[in-house]
Design a protein around this ligand. Structure first.
Ligand SMILES: NC(=O)c1ccc[n+]([C@@H]2O[C@H](COP(=O)([O-])OP(=O)(O)OC[C@H]3O[C@@H](n4cnc5c(N)ncnc54)[C@H](OP(=O)(O)O)[C@@H]3O)[C@@H](O)[C@H]2O)c1
Length: 254
């Protein structure tokens, strides 16, 4: 991915990885639009980053995504990068009879259906640009499930699969299809404790490494920091090693 001269829409740009990516791309002189539900945070970010724009967006409102896409294209006709970053992660107990339907629907809608629909709505525009990018955000957990968040891991595995198909279908177009695969990173995705969990990668280290990959490996399709390699390539170590990794990871959760 070329890291300058872009007009970039980042969903889930109000906090964590989305906000940090937005600021990193803005520092490189790109035109950046952050989208999210929390208007107060959007205002804070645009005030702190002159030139950055914002848009209120609830990606769970699937029927609104087409009109949102049309209005963004109208406002920013040079839009050429979509980063589908918005996501939620919820624990679910599948064995105790509790009703997880709210978490299931919200997670599938936010993490999977929304990026599919928003990408579809923006693709006709992106295909007309001389160079453009659709980037999805999966997770190391797409490749090594963490059982306490079953729907989350399933949506991330699905978005990985879908990204591969999209890349193949768009192979002869101007649209580059990328997948950012974060490891466990210090954000508030699972609440405030995660933001200072020493087992999670500091956010600024993660973003620095990601931006360096963009710079030094402009043709990378999957953006993989070192910390995520063990999960990303776990299946390639063979079934016994994969099973051992899976058991160790999940036993640690109890
Ligand atoms: N941190 C990690 O360890 C980790 C690891 C692997 C993958 N990831 C992925 O990285 C992405 C960013 O997560 P994060 O860690 O940065 O967590 P975060 O700080 O909680 O950020 C999540 C972002 O998603 C937005 N969002 C959630 N629901 C939304 C909705 N209905 N409509 C619009 N925006 C919505 C939130 O904005 P509003 O609340 O303002 O709407 C927020 O900006 C997610 O896709 C996550 O799955 C994170």
């Amino acid at each position: 991915m070329q890291t300058t001269g872009n007009t970039i829409l980042i969903t889930g740009g109000t906090s964590g990885i989305g906000r940090a990516l937005a600021e990193a791309f803005r520092k490189l002189g790109n035109h950046v639009i952050v989208a999210g539900r929390r208007k107060a945070l959007l205002d804070e970010i645009t005030a702190a980053n002159p030139g950055m724009q914002s848009a209120v967006l609830d990606v769970q409102n699937l029927p609104s995504l087409r009109a949102f896409a049309a209005s963004i294209v109208h406002q920013y006709p040079k839009l050429n990068v979509l980063i589908n970053n918005a996501g939620i992660m919820k624990s679910e107990n599948l064995g105790d009879g509790s009703d997880n339907s709210g978490a299931i629907d919200a997670t599938v809608t936010t993490n999977l259906l929304a990026p599919l629909h928003l990408t579809a709505a923006l693709l006709p525009h992106l295909k007309k640009q001389p160079r453009s990018v659709v980037m999805t955000v999966s997770s190391g957990l797409a490749f090594m499930p963490m059982a306490v968040t079953p729907t989350y891991c399933a949506t991330k595995a699905a978005i990985h699969s879908w990204t591969q198909s999209l890349r193949y279908q768009l192979r002869d177009t101007s649209v580059e299809v990328l997948e950012l695969v974060p490891p466990y990173v210090q954000t508030e995705l699972q609440g405030s404790r995660q933001a200072s969990d020493p087992r999670a990668m500091p956010l600024h280290d993660f973003i620095d490494e990601v931006m360096n990959i963009f710079k030094t490996e402009p043709n990378a399709k999957e953006i993989l920091v070192q910390r995520v390699h063990a999960m990303r390539f776990a299946a390639e170590k063979g079934q016994p090693a994969f099973d051992e990794f899976f058991k160790t990871l999940n036993d640690r959760m109890h």
